[in-house]
Design a protein. Sequence first.
Length: 351
Amino acid sequence: MKRKLISVLLCVAMMTFMLAGCGDTASNDDAGSNSSSNSANSSQDDTKGGDDDSSTSGKLIKVGIINNDPNESGYRTANDKDLKKTFTKENGYDASFNYSKKNDEQIGFAKKMIQDGVEYLLLSAADTAGWDSTLKEAKDAGVRVILYDRIVEADESLYEAGIVSDMDAEGERAVDWLKNQNLEKCEIIHIQGEMGNAAQVGRTKALEKEVEANDKWTLVAQQGADWNTEKATQIVQSVIDSKKTFNVIYAENDDMAKGAVAALDKANISHGPGKDVIVMGFDCNKWALENVMNKEWNYDGQCNPFQGSYLDDVIKKLEAGETIAEKKIILEEKYFDSENITQEDIDQYGI
């Protein structure tokens, strides 16, 4: 009787053990299936921009960002700050940042990011030439490249989109504004940025075209100052010392406009609306816009550094399987003059 009881108990124990084992196996299979399902759903939700975004699902999009020196200018500082505000873990990104004003260093950063397995490479190239092989390497590795700030000289198939300012339009807006001032004559000191830079080329082209077509417009001086305040001061001081007459400063960025004004102030030459010299700048630094509002300057044209939302939008569309219709995406930009600027403009658009 005891033997039968022991046998029964052993059978029950064995059956219980086997059932428990089956239960674990089923549980593990279900967990694996659910894990795959959750991963797929997470990816799907991310791409559709649903409630369960990357930050809540735990899946972060790995992004490598290459930029120029953020200390180069107010524009570049604002650009870097905007990108860092956008590409955060809270917004679903695992982002790394590298900076250089040298193409070869940037290319080295790009190659390392590709090796590190980034999904997207966001590039503001120091120089537009020399990127073909690196972008091809990225494409072969399945890394999607998005350009910002400037377009590189490479086949369009090597990048998804380029988010840029229309530098020609920036120059055209400024020249149209100056034409609308209806001056009897425009005697212009033209202070150029770094020669060959896209901003310099675009802002110069429109002015030179009008000077060539309009016999009332004259370039009293035209010289590059490499975006530098002190060099701009020297250029204007040299014109003042030469006793040449002028009534317009067309400076291709705010820092050079500031340098020009320093020379005017030293010579007690008035500037601003209704005064001796019209002052025009670009980039919309806060302090520059305040000069416009205070009627020390006349005009400031925007070069939009707030590109993070544009880049984020492109990535979301690509993650959703959409095609980017336009390779070149033009940033929205404005200009401000002493007649229409408001404090709200300075708060919103000043950099």
